[in-house]
Ligand binder design. Sequence first.
Ligand code: GDP
Length: 492
Amino acid sequence: RGASLTDLAEKIGVDAASLVQVLFHLGEMVTATQSVSDETLEILGAELEYNIEVVSPEDEDRELLESFDVDFGEDLGDEDDLAARPPVVTVMGHVDHGKTKLLDAYRKSNVVSGEAGGITQKIGAYQVEANVDDQDRKITFIDTPGHEAFTAMRARGAKSTDIAVLVVAADDGVMPQTIEAMNHAIAAEVPVVVAVNKVDKPAADPTRVRGQLSEYGLVPEEYGGDTQFVDVSALTGQGLDELLEAIVLTADAALDLRANPDMPAQGVAIEAHLDKGRGAVATVLVHRGTLHIGDSIVAGSAHGRVRAMINDLGENITEAPPSMPVQVLGLTSVPGAGDNFLVVEDDRVARQIADKREARMRAAQQAKSSRRKTLDQLFEQLEKGETQELLLILKGDGAGSVEALEDALSKIEVSDEVSLRVIDRGVGAITETNVSLAAASKAVIIGFNVRPTPHAAQMADQENVDLRFYSVIYQAIDEIEAALKGMLKPIF
Ligand code: GDP
């Protein structure tokens, strides 16, 4: 998900621009940084004679965990062991429509009913109680409004939300970010409950909001659809209980929110920071299992042992059941928001998993920073007068084309200070021999309608050898000429 040609180029050690060209010739127009489908990547792989297997970061991580005999996922165990868990809710909507006010209103009601004497801890999430059909039901709110956080977490593979509350100001109506938020929720397959807010305002027109959203497919129940709309005022408190009820009813109707509380805890870190006195502090939401003091945990590439847990009322607790947000103390470093966390056998396993993840992250980082080097650098050096000669190795799909290319290159007018020299040429794929010569002599390899062998590509990546691919002669000439004149435009 979300891989771009630049990502692929890094992985296989070729130039992203050439991948853009290859795809263009296959009839697809994409930019280097745009995300492309797995299918496109595979087609490209076939064309380049790479066997591309798209492995999502989640799969990669799952494999890592499996190698430690840890299973992370949806498997909740025996049907008999399952118990209902509260829904986790994210509040989304257009700016100024009242998301923060709504979250504040519920957080305050939580304090009133709590026992901590009115001191709330802002820990990133909190729980409120709703009375539905004479039953006390809990709801967990993620205390950050907006879909940026939601999307960021989802991008990391975290399923942190069960239900989205879409806040729409009744006086303002549906706005661009309303639709955007709605689309994020739909894409994540998260059911939506609509809070039609600010109904206390004279200009409020809740019926219009219903009509507008119906056009986008969110049809109110009273119109025969399956979306709950509730008129509320975060200011006066009107409708807030009804909104909680609508959330519970939607969860009951659309979702099977159950978890086995009797297994090692797993979940997601929704917030984390470094506290001067307490060290790394992370708020986690348990998805399944129960988290206990003393558990050895991994969260992203952080690990440690649960030293203390603090709930949303600032109370120290000893165990956290599913959907209860808790601040966890005892991690050795700060995980990222959206990182999954899990309890493992012991500290040693926790450390090993964390270290492996850390190493993988570093490797990815390095791949990024080492990419696309030589030609640009060479041109820089040419400009600075540090290098006087641009060395090229030409590989093409036929003797004729290689000759034509060399011929055209020789006609490039270069200044007195710099020159261009072809040190090797040949027909066929770019080989390891080509790459090692290029590496030794700091030459750039030009592939004309040819590709490197997988080993050559790998080697080029390791050796920082620049491979450039062209399928039209004048493009090759243009780029090299421009480069020699110190005018190479960035390709991206
Ligand atoms: P956000 O950007 O969606 O988080 O919006 P805020 O919660 O910051 O609210 C934006 C403004 O609308 C603030 O001035 C709030 O006081 C006001 N506001 C929020 N909810 C209501 C409401 O129900 N009625 C009225 N009259 N004003 C509200």
